[in-house]
Design a protein. Structure first.
Length: 133
């Protein structure tokens, strides 16, 4: 992350915190409109972010201690708090890989098959589809 970007984020923290919530709210509003227009049920999930998993072997200590990382980590916590308060209509799966063993990532951000299977199972259960399988 560039120095000007870090400086801008530091000087505009509250603005950016408001904007990220508004961004999610507006995108979900569009998706809800599409779901009504095309007759499908909408479920929006906030996925675990591999950057924050200490078991992710692709994240270096230098990356984890950078100012940019701390900013993204702060925004993630802010988004997850908004979901918990009901300000963003999403289902938070952010901690759902916490107790899953094995290799979870194929690179810094993409899930390995074991993580994908676990997340899919969580969604199937959440959607009440487990009995339909």
């Amino acid at each position: 992350v560039s120095k000007p970007a870090i400086e801008f984020a530091a000087a505009n923290r509250e603005l950016l915190r408001r904007q990220i919530i508004t961004y999610y709210q507006h995108n979900i509003a569009v998706m809800k409109g599409l779901s009504r227009a095309f007759g499908f049920t909408l479920h929006v999930y906030y996925q675990p972010i591999g950057l924050f998993d200490p078991r992710n072997p692709f994240m270096t200590e230098a990356a984890r201690t950078s100012e940019g990382y701390r900013y993204i980590e702060e925004m993630d916590a802010h988004i997850r708090s908004a979901i918990a308060r009901g300000d963003i209509d999403m289902i938070d799966l952010g901690e759902s890989l916490r107790d899953v063993a094995g290799d979870l990532y194929v690179d810094v951000v993409h899930y390995a098959p074991a993580a994908n299977r676990h997340l899919a199972a969580r969604m199937v259960t959440d959607l009440g589809l487990a009995e339909a399988r």
